[in-house]
Design a protein around this ligand. Sequence first.
Ligand SMILES: NC(=O)c1ccc[n+]([C@@H]2O[C@H](COP(=O)([O-])OP(=O)(O)OC[C@H]3O[C@@H](n4cnc5c(N)ncnc54)[C@H](O)[C@@H]3O)[C@@H](O)[C@H]2O)c1
Length: 399
Amino acid sequence: MKKLSLLGTGLIGAFYTMSLTGQRRPDRIVNVCSGHEESARKFAEKWNIPRHTTSMKEAIEDPEVEVVVVALPNYLHKEAILMACKAKKGILCTKPLATNGAEAAEILAAVEEAGVFHGYLEDLVYTPKTLKAIEMIRNGSCGRILWTKSREAHSGPHSAWFWDKKQSGGGALVDLGCHCIEIGRNYIGKDIRPVEVMCWAETQVKPIEAEDHAIALIKYESGAISQVEVSWNFRGGMDLRDEVSGTEGTIRLDHWLRTGLEVFTTGNTGNYVSEKTESDSGWLFPVGDEVHSLGYNDMFTDMLDSLEQGREPKETFYDGYIVNAIMDACYKSAGSKKWEPVELAVWRGTEGLSSNVDLIDFDELHYLIKEEKMPDGNIKIMLKEKTTGNIIQKIKSEK
Ligand SMILES: NC(=O)c1ccc[n+]([C@@H]2O[C@H](COP(=O)([O-])OP(=O)(O)OC[C@H]3O[C@@H](n4cnc5c(N)ncnc54)[C@H](O)[C@@H]3O)[C@@H](O)[C@H]2O)c1
């Protein structure tokens, strides 16, 4: 059983609390901190949390507390984490780790120097569907991963600070792209180095300084490419989808708009349907157990089990740092309109992987390109002659 302090009582603070206190979980939030006394008090009352405060320091230094959960606006993550390092507490921080790569590097160095436990709360790599997909990929179901696509789009965030670049560090890319980038890394392999990035980022609709829509391509050393699509302009709820394609298979995941539960209602009931749903009538796509479907339960289980068992969780601040560094390259590319390198001062994965195509021998004279069964029952085989490089086709009759 772990005793925690929660910093932040907004949207994610509430989701984390539902997960941490739900389903007879033994862990306890014993102190909660909010920017406003009234919200801290109400939150503590609602969730039966014994102490509340408006002082981050007080919540972090609470002697009963072993682990601090940072669920604050992006610009406050570093301050909270450095304070928790000083107090020698374990730290779990929401996404993004920081507002940029340099800040993330500072945070990583601080936790490692302090020798404290650190977990990066990237819930979307812990959804039950994602965990299953990752397991299948690791077992070889998709072969060598060639392409991933991760998309998160909705009509924009719920609090003012997200829209202010100085407090958030950026727009849709920082807010949603951090999820998509880490999902791609998990499918491609987190030990494979992200090499370069091409990104388009624009402000299409909202009158803000940051981008409200972005699309990025991230090239990995293995030759895999990861596509990231994020928007704050999408209407119709939260579009949360991933795809993976490899030499032996394909996986498609829809986390939110088509989950298998579809409801039509004529009535405006005023009821909450699911995160970022824009209507409560017409065709609706509620989510059975939001907290579980978004990965929070498996994420906290991994984090707190890892802490107890003295091992690293699946996602650490190192991963948060890599994600921030990739996002920095995305912004650079959006400005230069060129491929930009991912600058990684800290890299702990493999080096020097080759992205060469594996040649498959068909016979002594040919390499196999492809075999396909045609509507007439014949099998067509595409071959490349080893000596000339010419491409030929053969027909093998099935009849
Ligand atoms: N799926 C996810 O992982 C996910 C989803 C949403 C948000 N987030 C992240 O969580 C963080 C918070 O986002 P949110 O949506 O909960 O924001 P929010 O605006 O809903 O809540 C922010 C909370 O921080 C508190 N706060 C602000 N300044 C403070 C201060 N100086 N001292 C103490 N408390 C202070 C506010 O009182 C509020 O309780 C962000 O980093 C965001 O990116 C993650």
